[in-house]
Design a protein around this ligand. Structure first.
Ligand code: PEP
Ligand code: MG
Length: 510
């Protein structure tokens, strides 16, 4: 890596998930090391894969013992071997596939070493093959199991699936260059209680691998080689609130593990189950049976508390491998959420059937994402009614997320065909402000105050109540004390927040 930063330095990004931790820097290779690059430019793809493999070996070195460390170091040196790189590119120029070329050249170099007189060189053959496998895995976008626990992850950007993998691996903090405070990586970091900073300057990608980095996810600071004084600094206690009236506090989740944590933290229900997490990263969608099993497990875990399941919200920033969508110039405004589901009938009906079957066993509600028109709601209700009839089950309540400005404006009409509303303030803000929630450059708009927004939100709540249906909030505004106070004043009936935010939201009502 060039221009590596291994001296004390402070960078500032946008606060995305609170918490203050120190850990060794770990560069996440990112989606750029995956398959699409192979097709575009083999030489650039290989360069990036070599850098990604280098970063992983360096990160592994941080915790390696005296036996392993020299081996990893030797593997790092092999990544710089021009015979390896040029040999692979020559095979590609002759029409070969880059991953195959990498493995072939590694095999050839290993065979040469195996023929050496010295036992030392013969043993290095294993390392050469290991390097080939590592680079091939990096090229394929496969993630190694070597994510160091307690590391501070530095990434250009993080896809939801990558964020989940990192969180499960027990990393200490996340820092990304792209993304705003309401991007999915930020939401997931808050859910997992992992401190995060988004929209950090590019320079964080040059922080030396393994260098100690302090992340303060409440004020957006990223400090390389923090001083003992900086590490010891405590944050000011948050202002205390006493909000009223007390409304049910639900959790936003994406898995059974999160449901379990939510229950432990006192969630009174689930206001948003993001079902796309069941579908992402798979070559085939889950079967009806697999979905019945997954939803049943979560409903059981909630032990009689309500569960609002959102139907698939894929597309845009949440792609799935089994449904390759053509590139879109404006994916946030494209074929996603309920729009995509109504076009992919088999996929949608499989999910609806699974939900209907599970709904007979507990208090399950169905919620549709990205509703824009009354017709979308009507079409889905008709589909549901037909499926429920065939299955011989009663219809569970079905509601709409209000996250598209048109749906907010059409709230009086929508309320006649919905059993409830849920305000999705993340997307609602994105569309109102014409500011991509993933785009760090416009994150300041999301962070700003926009009193005029209430002119849109207040009538939605009023329209719901005029039609005698409840309205909740499941966007990130629910965890913001000032915004929540305002929403309560307007009469919102429930609030649903990231699992990690449950304790502080509960405390707001104390
Ligand atoms: C929202 O848009 O406010 C929301 C809760 O949904 P998501 O963040 O999954 O888009
Ligand atoms: Mg949304």
């Amino acid at each position: 890596m060039h221009d590596t930063c291994d001296i004390p330095a402070t960078f500032t990004g946008q606060a995305a998930a609170p918490g203050r931790v120190v850990g060794p820097a770990f560069h996440w290779p990112g989606p750029e090391s995956g398959i699409p690059l192979l097709l575009a430019d083999p030489s650039a793809a290989l360069r990036q894969a070599l850098a990604g493999a280098h970063a992983r070996l360096t990160a592994a070195l941080v915790t390696a013992d005296a036996t392993l460390a020299p081996l990893l170091d030797a593997q790092r040196l092999m990544l710089d071997d021009p015979d390896f790189r040029d040999g692979a590119l020559e095979l590609v120029a002759a029409g070969g596939d880059l991953v195959d070329a990498v493995l072939t050249v590694a095999g050839q170099l290993a065979a040469l070493l195996e023929g050496a007189d010295s036992a030392y060189f013969r043993e290095r053959a294993i390392d050469v093959r290991a390097v080939g496998t590592l680079v091939a895995a990096t090229l394929r976008g496969e993630i190694g199991a070597d994510i160091p626990r307690g590391a501070v992850v530095l990434a250009e950007e993080l896809a939801p699936l990558d964020t989940a993998r990192l969180a499960e691996a027990g990393v200490a903090a996340l820092v990304t260059v792209r993304g705003g405070p309401t991007c999915h990586a930020a939401i997931m970091a808050r859910a997992w209680g992992i401190p995060a900073v988004v929209g950090a300057p590019d320079a964080v990608l040059r922080i030396a691998e393994g260098a100690p980095v302090l992340v303060d996810g409440a004020d957006g600071a990223v400090i390389v080689h923090p001083t003992p004084a900086q590490q010891a600094r405590q944050r000011q206690p948050a202002v205390s609130y006493a909000l009223s009236p007390r409304i049910p506090i639900y959790a936003n989740i994406g898995s059974l593990a999160e449901a379990e944590r939510a229950v432990t933290l006192g969630a009174e229900g689930i206001g948003l189950l993001r079902t796309e997490f069941l579908f992402q990263g798979r070559q085939q969608p889950p079967s009806e049976e697999a979905q019945v099993e997954a939803y049943t497990a979560i409903l059981r875990c909630m032990a009689g508390r309500p569960l609002v399941v959102r139907t698939l919200d894929i597309g845009a920033d949440k792609p799935v491998p089994f449904l390759p969508t053509p590139p879109e110039a404006n994916p946030q405004l494209g074929l996603r959420g309920i729009r995509l589901c109504l076009q992919q009938r088999e996929l949608f009906c499989t999910q609806l059937r699974a939900l209907l079957r599970v709904s007979v066993t507990g208090p399950l509600k169905i919620m549709l994402p990205m509703v824009t028109t009354v017709e979308e709601m009507r079409e889905t209700c008709a589909l549901l009614a037909g499926l429920a009839d065939t299955l011989g089950v009663a219809l569970p309540p079905c509601g709409a997320m209000i996250e598209v400005p048109m749906a907010a404006l059409a709230a009086p009409e929508l309320a006649t065909v919905c059993d409830f509303f849920s305000l999705g303030t993340n997307d609602l803000l994105q569309f109102l402000l014409a500011a991509d929630r993933q785009h760090a450059g416009v994150g300041y708009l999301h962070a700003g105050e926009h009193p005029a927004v209430w002119r849109l939100i207040a009538p939605v709540i009023a329209a719901a109540h005029a039609a005698s249906i409840p309205v909740g909030v499941c966007g990130e505004w629910g965890a913001d004390p000032e915004k929540l106070a305002r929403l309560l004043g307007l009469g919102v009936d429930t609030v649903s927040v990231a699992v990690g935010a449950l304790p502080q939201v509960r405390a707001l009502f104390a």
